[in-house]
Ligand binder design. Structure first.
Ligand code: ADP
Length: 491
């Protein structure tokens, strides 16, 4: 865990009740660049008192009706204004996200920030379409349904996509009329804290969106326990998710959880192998493998196994790894030291289990800065058996396990043979097989002849122990609404 230090006036501040402010305790935390290990910023280190203030502000804003009782048109228009404001600050947000998380700048410019703006616009446009239904209720009586907000939403998000995994919750929750308290990951709070000010400057009323940074075990746990929070939206590890669900049950909060994954990416012999190898690289290494929807298991038909492996290794060994600020960089470092340690541990496990290391396997270097930074070489293990730990457990780093198969049935059995069920994919030129196998895979999203293609409209979420609830699409806003039925007796 990162160590709190003493308050300094140049820190990134908490955002509570429309104002940026230090933690009540005055504590701050150093934010370290994962590329250079230098301290790049300080962030306020919130505690339980700050969380209480944030929940009170969000509750008061909800009860005052300033947000939920705006007309749908007004609320929608404000969300679109936030989208515009994100675009006006796009370069600043892209830089912050890149420095804080170690993401390549071309990715934060090209994906993270534009996707965040787009999603506010998408849900802003949906506010006016939240309709109820009229239902028959006797001869003269009338029943109708209304979709209402839940109240105050608490969100807890991880370090790998701070902006997007936040906005996936913020945009639909606010569109639905809720107010919001957000606990971002302790390692990567900078873009979230900046977003809060941008949203406020765009005209969001005070108290509607609040951010408290800090530790999961204190601020995160206090948010889940808080009696004034109506729903928890969580993205993170399966272990934390299970604990959180048990705690939330004490106050019967609604919960959506997007948890771990061990995505299976199947390549059939009839696929376009050059394209499949390129997608396999994307699936395994996008965001340095710190992606719950990564395709971290590549399952390849034996007749093309060696060819796919050769093509993949050629791509992996040519990929520019290094300085996230360099627009040519494709793979940056791991986002923090504990994550690097975890990768090193799993590479040792893979070797000990007898998997064949065909690329990488060592710590990496990120540029001219003398061995500093949380870099690890992109790593490929071949001849992995489906029961090995590196084929079963989520590593959350640049380590791809390649597994051979013979028949379609065997491929599906291997793919479905983990406790997870978040994302899966398959590559084939046979349309019928594409549909048939996609239908059999235990996953909330399946990509055929691609990987990680997202649109605002395409919901994702877990099967099995990858969680429940959906983000994006019209389904994403339903998670923040409840249905009221009103019956008028006209007899
Ligand atoms: P990751 O491996 O992505 O760090 P975690 O589940 O540990 O996964 O963390 C995801 C988020 O959950 C972070 O914001 C973290 O602070 C928070 N968190 C960790 N432990 C708890 C907890 N006991 N209660 C609530 N939130 C927690």
């Amino acid at each position: 865990m990162t160590q709190p230090s003493v308050h300094s006036p140049d820190e990134a501040l908490l955002f509570i009740d429309g104002k940026a402010r230090p933690a009540v305790s005055g504590e701050t935390v150093d934010i370290v660049s994962p590329a250079t290990e230098e301290v790049v910023a300080r962030a306020a280190w919130g505690g339980a008192e700050d969380l209480d203030l944030a929940v009170s502000a969000a509750r008061a804003a909800y009860e005052a009706g300033e947000w939920a009782e705006l007309t749908p048109k007004q609320r929608g228009r404000l969300l679109v204004r936030i989208a515009d404001a994100i675009e006006e600050h796009a370069e600043e947000l892209a830089q912050l996200e890149s420095v804080d998380v170690g993401k390549p700048i071309s990715f934060t410019r090209g994906f993270d920030v534009p996707a965040a703006a787009d999603l506010f616009r998408y849900y802003g446009g949906m506010v006016e379409q939240l309709e109820g239904a009229a239902r028959p209720a006797g001869t003269r009586s009338l029943a109708y349904t209304k979709r209402e907000p839940l109240g105050v939403v608490g969100a807890i998000t991880p370090f790998n996509f701070p902006l997007n995994l936040g906005v996936n919750k913020i945009a639909p929750a606010l569109a639905a009329g809720n107010t919001f308290v957000h606990k971002p990951a302790e390692q990567t709070p900078l873009s979230t804290l900046r977003l809060a000010q941008i949203m406020s400057d765009a005209g969001l009323p005070a108290g509607v969106y609040n951010v408290v940074t800090g530790d999961g075990a204190t601020v995160g746990a206090a948010l889940v326990e808080h009696p004034d929070i109506d729903k928890i939206a969580f993205t993170g590890s399966t272990a934390t998710g299970k604990r959180l669900i048990a705690t939330a049950a004490q106050t019967l909060k609604k919960v959506t959880v997007e948890l771990g994954g061990k995505g299976a990416n199947i390549v059939f012999a009839d696929a376009d192998l050059a394209a499949a190898a390129q997608w396999a690289f994307q699936a395994g290494f996008f965001n340095t493998g710190q992606f719950c929807m990564s395709g971290s298991r590549l399952i390849v038909q034996r007749s093309v196994y060696q060819e796919v492996l050769d093509r993949l290794v050629a791509i992996v060994e040519a990929v520019p790894v290094g300085d996230p600020a360099d627009p040519q960089t494709v793979l940056g470092p791991l986002a923090h030291r504990a994550q690097l340690d975890r990768v090193v541990e799993y590479v040792a496990i893979g070797r000990a289990e007898g998997a064949r290391l065909v690329s990488g396997g060592e710590l990496g270097t990120g540029g001219d800065w003398d061995g500093k930074g949380f870099f690890h070489q992109p790593t490929v293990f071949a001849d992995v058996r489906p029961d090995m730990r590196i084929a079963q457990e989520e590593i959350f780093g640049p380590v791809l396990s390649v597994i051979p198969f013979d028949t379609e049935e065997e491929a599906v059995a291997i793919a479905n043979g983990t406790p997870y069920g978040l994302a899966a994919g398959l590559h084939t030129s046979d349309l019928a097989r594409g549909h048939r196998v996609a239908a059999q895979l235990d996953a909330g999203i399946v990509w055929v002849n691609s990987w990680a293609m997202f649109e605002n409209t395409t919901p994702f979420g877990g099967y099995k122990q990858s969680g429940y609830g959906r983000e994006l699409g019209p389904e994403g806003i339903e998670e923040y609404l409840q249905l009221k039925t009103i019956v008028i007796n006209a007899e």
